[in-house]
Write a protein that binds this ligand. Structure first.
Ligand SMILES: [Zn+2]
Length: 331
C-alpha cells in the first residue's frame, strides 16, 4: 500500500506548498518556487512514489523549458530529502552541520529492511510496520547533498530572493529555515509542527534540542516578519499560530525541567506528560519520549543513543498508552 494524494496550496508570487494527504510519521510538507528562469524545491517527500507525485504537480506549474534544478533541504531527516532521487541532476543544498545527522539516521535501504524485517509481534516491529510500512525505499539510494554552507546563504531564483539561515541544534543538528521575502513566507522545517482545528497535527519530535533552541528558532522565524509560515509538518500557519506553538514548546520544556529536578527518569517523565493530556487533538504523543529525552540529555550532558534504542522506547510507550486508552490487549 502506498500513500497517494496531497494538496498543492498556491501561496502567490510563484510559491506553492505541497501538503501530504494525511498526518503521521514521515509525511512532510514541501515547497516549490517557480520563476521564468528556474525553479527550486524546499524539501522532498519521503519515498519515490510521493516524490514522483510532487514532481508531477510541480511540472504542471513550470514554464516551458524550466526544470527544478535546486533543492534546499531544511534538515537531514529522510522525510525531507530521500525523495531527491527523482531529480538526479539537481543541486542539493544543506547546512554543513546536517552531515552529522545523515550519519546518525539509517540509509533508505537499511530503513526499508528494518521496517519490513522487524517482527510484528514485538512493540517495535508493530510500530514500525504501522507508521512506516506504507513507504517503499527498497530501491532508494542514499541522497548526498552537493552543496554545504555555514551561517547564511542567499540564492536568486529568477527575480526572487531566497534567504537561507542555518539554525543552532534544534529539531536535528543542522536545521535551516528558508525565508522568501517577496512572498512574505518562511519554510521553517521541523522546528515547527503545526495543528489547527480543521487540520489536527501530531506532537513534534525533537532529536537534538534543547527546547530553548527550538523556541529560539521559532522566534527567528517570526523575526523575519513573514506572514505565512509553512512548517515541516501540519497546516500552513500565520504568526499567531507560531506564537501558539511556542506556548506548546514552553509547556513541554517546563514539565521536563520540573520532572528532571524531581529525579523522574526521562521515559517516565514522557509518560507523565502524556497522561496530563494537555493537547488531546495531537497525534503520536509517544514522540514526547524523544523530545523529553533530548531535553534530559542537555541537562545531563549525555549523548543521543542509537536510533533503534530511541524508537524501541517510543514503541513501548505507544503500546502501553494504547493499552491504557483501550483497556484491552493488542489488536
Ligand atoms: Zn519531518
Amino acid at each position: 500500500m502506498s500513500i497517494t494524494g496531497g494538496d498543492v496550496v498556491d501561496l502567490g508570487t510563484g510559491l506553492y506548498a505541497w501538503l501530504p494527504p494525511q498526518r503521521g510519521w514521515g509525511l512532510a510538507n514541501c515547497g516549490l518556487l517557480v520563476s521564468p528562469r528556474g525553479a527550486l524545491w524546499i524539501d522532498t517527500p519521503y519515498d519515490p512514489v510521493l516524490a514522483g507525485q510532487f514532481l508531477a504537480e510541480s511540472r504542471k506549474r513550470l514554464p516551458e523549458g524550466v526544470s527544478v534544478d535546486r533543492v534546499v533541504v531544511t534538515h537531514a531527516n529522510g522525510d525531507h530529502f530521500w525523495g531527491a532521487g527523482v531529480l538526479p541532476d539537481a543541486e542539493i543544498i544543506a547546512t554543513r552541520e546536517a552531515r552529522e545527522h545523515i550519519h546518525y539516521d539509517p540509509t533508505p535501504q537499511q530503513q526499508h529492511a528494518l521496517v519490513t524485517g522487524s517482527d510484528p509481534a514485538t512493540p517495535l516491529g508493530a510500530y514500525l510496520g504501522r507508521h512506516f510500512g506504507a513507504f517503499d525505499w527498497s530501491a532508494t539510494e542514499p541522497v548526498r547533498p552537493t552543496t554545504y554552507f555555514t551561517g547564511e546563504l542567499e540564492l536568486t531564483v529568477g527575480d526572487y530572493a531566497v534567504e537561507i539561515t542555518a539554525l543552532p541544534p534544534a529539531h536535528t543538528t543542522g536545521d535551516l529555515m528558508v525565508h522568501l521575502p517577496a512572498q512574505r513566507t518562511v519554510f521553517s522545517g521541523d522546528v515547527i509542527f503545526s495543528s489547527t482545528e480543521d487540520r489536527p497535527g501530531d506532537h513534534p519530535v525533537h532529536w537534538a534540542g534543547p527546547l530553548s533552541n527550538v523556541i529560539g528558532a521559532c522566534e527567528q522565524v517570526l523575526a523575519t516578519g513573514a506572514e505565512v509560515i509553512v512548517p515541516g509538518h501540519g497546516p500552513v500557519l500565520d504568526r499567531a499560530g507560531v506564537r501558539e506553538h511556542i506556548g506548546y514548546l514552553s509547556y513541554v520544556r517546563e514539565r521536563a525541567h520540573a520532572l528532571h529536578a524531581a529525579g523522574v527518569p526521562a521515559t517516565e517523565a514522557a509518560r507523565r506528560v502524556i497522561a496530563e493530556g494537555r493537547y488531546p487533538a495531537l497525534g503520536l504523543p509517544e514522540r514526547l519520549v524523544v523530545t523529553i529525552g533530548s531535553e534530559y540529555r542537555d541537562l545531563d550532558g549525555t549523548d543521543l543513543p542509537g536510533v533503534l534504542q530511541v524508537m524501541s522506547e517510543v514503541a513501548a510507550v505507544a503500546h502501553a498508552t494504547e493499552l491504557t486508552v483501550t483497556g484491552g490487549g493488542p489488536e
